[in-house]
Design a protein around this ligand. Structure first.
Ligand code: 2AM
Length: 201
């Protein structure tokens, strides 16, 4: 995969970025419905459909000058597409969030996250080193935790990865996709909003 032009982030100084797999319709609509139900039960706030994702590597605030290296790292990911089952509902009490995720380890998903970490490491880009616990956060600011247990299952084919910018400050803001790479297509160029049809420059 080759490195693309660098898109301009909303905050030009220090964008806060992470690599993730993003939910797309129609699955996104199903999980949005679940998010609304769970948020109601937990007295929390549902995550907007556009924001539903599974984080693969959280980089955090980074100098704008480092973005080309982050994009090159995304282009160096070699892992292929994978399919997972979202079949468990749970919560992280300390973070006051509810999530849906796979009930058992998915080696191909672990390998994808490890591959992203590898390319970031090779580019000397630091990121959150906590163990990988794959989950899609569906509700935030939960005053109660959801009853943990089986959910769905919803089958999800993860065919691409996205570099997102998370606007700092407001908890209600939408993430912005800076670039997207198809998985398992060696040599593929990433798509950026600038190169997408109808995108504004
Ligand atoms: P969460 O969904 O469990 O809150 C953007 O913040 C995304 O990166 C979220 O999916 C968040 O996980 C994840 N993330 C991982 N490590 C993070 C960190 N140290 N700080 C903020 N978000 C983090």
């Amino acid at each position: 995969m080759s490195a693309p032009d660098v898109p301009k982030p909303a905050d030009a100084s220090k964008p806060r970025v992470f690599f993730a797999a993003a939910l797309a319709p129609p699955l996104r609509d199903d999980i949005s419905g679940l998010a609304r139900r769970v948020a109601r039960q937990c007295s929390g706030r549902p995550v907007p459909g556009d924001n539903l994702h599974l984080t693969l590597a959280f980089i955090g605030a980074i100098e704008r000058s480092r973005l080309p290296a982050v994009l090159a790292a995304g282009s160096a990911v070699r892992a292929g597409a994978t399919t997972i089952d979202l079949d468990r509902l749970g919560g992280f009490r300390r973070a006051a969030v509810a999530w849906v995720g796979p009930s058992a380890p998915v080696p191909a998903l672990d390998a994808l996250a490890a591959d992203v970490l590898r390319t970031l490491g090779e580019a000397n880009i630091g990121c959150d080193a906590r163990a990988f616990h794959p989950h899609v956060t569906i509700a935030r600011h939960c005053r109660a935790m959801p009853e943990a247990g089986p959910a769905g299952p919803w089958r999800w084919r993860i065919g691409e990865i996205v570099l997102f910018e998370s606007p700092a400050g407001t908890g209600r803001s939408r993430y912005r996709a800076l670039a997207t790479w198809p998985l398992g297509v060696p040599g593929a160029t990433c798509r950026t909003p600038q190169s997408m049809p109808g995108a504004r420059r």
